[in-house]
Design a protein around this ligand. Structure first.
Ligand SMILES: Cc1cc2nc3c(=O)[nH]c(=O)nc-3n(C[C@H](O)[C@H](O)[C@H](O)COP(=O)(O)OP(=O)(O)OC[C@H]3O[C@@H](n4cnc5c(N)ncnc54)[C@H](O)[C@@H]3O)c2cc1C
Length: 391
């Protein structure tokens, strides 16, 4: 039996977030765009973000994916996808508070007290640092080195494109501890406080995200700050990336819905040659294709999320959802911009902002090409059979 309906709880949560986005976030958009036009950083200010999080928390909305024993809502992956889709309806990047990186739950007792709990509470900010100037898609090629020295490790190397790297109080750093073994047993994850000595520099980008490059020069890290097992860091990194890949296209889906709504509205009212452009087949086809792709994306995202919530192997489905979401969201925003003509190209409407931000989806957390590589490899090696999406 296939049941496409949401539970009552899921519907209530989705509607609550939808209202929150419409009432609290969307009214901040114009001001954020104005600030950006004047050269200020894009997105919400720290005060706005803090205020929104407090407001949500006062309604009990906090720690969406955080287990209940840590005070969170402990929601399942499908509900999380629904929430991300609603948040994606605004271009202002916002996450509810009360979250920590999934791999921080591998912390030992002391690390939990020092890192996990304060991160959940919002007292500490983390960043995830694996990419290096010479190792992006090929993450196994990282060269940041950690050498044992008594009861500490000495880290040397550079990380790049690290989201939140400028603001983070500590970094989850992946470094080579045994070059002979490489990624398979020779990479370790370290919890590295900023005041242990690493530095960061922002990287300007075309979108809201301003990642950072991090430099580690003889940074001493106590052995007590090894996260998980020594030598097992690469598996942790893949777990970090793999757990929430479906959330990226889930967010893009919300953006596409908003954009398509805008295109429908505009095409009804914009007249050329004596008739609304909505009467033209060229415009109707763009609307129809976008709607078809939005619905296909929804199913791919929810299927991947469902596999995650069932504890089943979701990697193949997540790669498909991420690839399709990245490619189609970029096609949809381009069509919506086209339907708006010159207005779409201006900064008076949020379309160009969505356009710039959605482009990132095809690059980070595995590029389009890397998702295709994974999907093809799964099939060619026989890990996944054609047509085995439903079991
Ligand atoms: C805004 C932003 C935020 C980011 N946040 C983080 C973060 O928080 N933490 C972190 O560790 N990293 C982060 N990254 C890094 C991101 O994950 C990498 O940029 C991404 O994995 C691609 O690596 P690369 O940029 O080195 O490109 P490369 O790996 O050099 O790839 C260049 C091009 O070659 C293609 N290519 C590579 N290998 C193959 C192949 N085998 N077959 C076919 N084509 C191939 C790629 O698809 C791409 O088109 C972020 C990046 C950006 C832009």
């Amino acid at each position: 039996m296939i049941d496409f309906s949401l539970s009552e709880e899921q519907r209530a949560i989705r509607d609550w977030v939808r209202t929150f986005v419409r009432r609290e976030l969307m009214p901040l958009e114009n001001e954020a765009l104005r600030r950006e036009r004047q050269g200020h950083p894009p997105g919400l200010t720290a005060e706005e973000r803090h205020g929104l999080r407090s407001l949500a928390r006062s309604s009990g909305f906090w720690g969406v994916s955080t287990p209940q024993e840590y005070g969170g809502m402990g929601l399942d992956a499908v509900t999380e996808a629904l929430i991300e889709t609603e948040l994606g309806r605004t271009f202002l990047t916002f996450k509810f508070g009360g979250e920590a990186d999934n791999i921080l739950y591998h912390a030992d007792e002391e690390q939990r007290r020092r890192y996990l709990l304060p991160t959940i509470e919002g007292e500490l900010r983390s960043c995830f640092a694996i990419t290096e100037p010479g190792a992006g898609s090929d993450a196994k090629a990282i060269r940041t080195r950690a050498v044992r020295d008594g009861d500490a490790w000495v880290l040397n190397g550079e990380k790049t494109f690290i989201t939140g790297g400028n603001e983070a109080d500590f970094a989850l750093v992946f470094a080579v501890t045994d070059p002979e073994k490489g990624a398979d047993g020779g990479v370790t994850c370290f919890l590295v406080d900023r005041d242990m000595g690493w530095t960061s520099e922002p990287i300007d980008t075309m979108g809201e995200r301003r990642p950072a490059s991090l430099v580690f020069q003889d940074v001493r890290v106590p052995n007590a700050n090894v996260l998980g097992e020594e030598g097992r860091g690469f598996a942790l990194a893949m777990r970090w990336i793999g757990k929430g890949r479906y959330l990226l296209p889930a967010r893009a889906l919300g953006g596409c819905e908003r954009l398509l709504d805008m295109a429908i509205e505009y095409s009804r009212t914009r007249e050329t040659f004596g008739a609304p452009i909505a009467d033209r087949q060229a415009i109707q086809w763009m609307i129809a294709d976008s709607q078809t792709e939005i619905e296909a994306l929804r199913l791919l995202v929810l299927h991947a999320a469902w596999l995650v919530s069932q504890g089943r192997d979701s990697r193949h489905a997540q790669s498909i959802a991420k690839l399709f979401g990245g490619v189609k969201a970029n096609e949809i925003v381009d069509r919506v911009l086209q339907i708006h003509g010159g207005m779409g190209y201006t900064r008076e409407l949020p379309i160009e902002r969505f356009y710039r931000d959605l482009r990132l989806l095809r690059i980070f957390e595995g590029t389009d090409e890397i998702q295709r590589r994974t999907i093809a490899r799964d099939l060619l090696k026989g890990h996944v059979k054609v047509g085995a999406g439903l079991t």
